[in-house]
Design a protein around this ligand. Structure first.
Ligand code: OOG
Ligand code: MG
Length: 259
């Protein structure tokens, strides 16, 4: 059995020192998905004892663009912490990160609990209070941003920073599966997509989260939870000086700078 706690500390050390590390699967050939989630659980425990609070759940690898880019075709979940939040029009600090990339997502806030095993996108929509646009800044702790599925799960799905749009929207007012998104850096278009890329409808990613948590014996997704449904376009590498804006049809813009 691998030392789950030790591996979680290895990844937190990489995050805190802003230095990438070799993949776990390079060292432990038979490191499985289930072990990956056990390391993630330890990592979350350590973060909580450090005083960090959970801000949101995140789903990852939910769109063809992301699955193709990372060469992994299975969705995963992780946890976003309070210290990862950067205000809209705020600054992310390059020197605190390793090789960050940005991706445009749609986030949900639940009005009621959802609990697996058979949650559907329709149920999620009925139990969603608000949706809003969100940018996720992912930062793999692994060298060259390359990993196998169990590695990225252990690494809390590369979670690093989030920037939330300022306005909340009622999901009933939108066709949530046909929101066009344009990701622009320094005035140049870097990514274009439509929200249907996320499992046909981003609510399906939230349903999948509930069903996965249930399968893993982790209970429900409680009301009030924020859930990031996964990148719509492929993730774009960031550089110092970047001015990043995502424009979402009908639900506004999200912007931040890289210092
Ligand atoms: C894993 C995290 C993916 C998403 O939205 O697809 C993710 C990675 O690509 O490093 O957050
Ligand atoms: Mg993401």
């Amino acid at each position: 059995m691998p030392d789950h706690r030790g591996l979680a500390e290895y990844l937190i050390m990489a995050e805190e020192s802003h230095h990438d590390v070799p993949c776990i699967t390079d060292k432990i050939r038979d490191f499985t998905i289930s072990m990956g989630y056990q390391v993630q659980d330890e990592l979350i425990k350590i973060k909580k004892t450090q005083g960090h609070k959970m801000l949101a759940f995140k789903m990852g690898l939910t769109s063809p663009a992301k699955m193709k880019q990372m060469k992994i075709n299975e969705p995963i979940y992780g946890t976003v912490f309070d210290y990862m939040k950067v205000p809209e029009q705020g600054m992310i600090i390059m020197d605190e990160l390793i090789h960050p990339k940005v991706e445009a997502e749609i986030a949900f806030i639940l009005e009621e609990d959802i609990e697996g095993p058979n949650v559907s996108g329709v149920e999620v929509l009925a139990k969603t209070k608000y949706v809003f646009p969100a940018l996720e800044i992912i930062d793999s702790r692994y060298q060259n941003f390359k990993f196998q599925l169990p590695d990225v799960i252990a690494d809390n799905t590369s979670a690093a920073r989030v920037v939330f749009g300022n306005q909340l929207f009622n999901p009933k007012d939108f066709e949530l599966d046909s929101i066009g998104v344009t990701l622009t850096i320094n005035g140049e278009i870097k990514g274009i997509g439509t929200s249907s890329a996320v499992l046909g409808h981003p609510a399906n990613a939230v349903a999948m989260l509930a069903n996965m948590l249930y399968r893993h014996g982790k209970g429900k997704v409680p009301k009030g939870s924020i859930i990031l449904s996964g990148g719509i376009t492929e993730a774009i590498l960031l550089n110092k000086g970047d001015d990043v804006t995502a424009k979402y049809d009908g639900i506004g813009d999200v912007n931040f700078f890289v210092k």
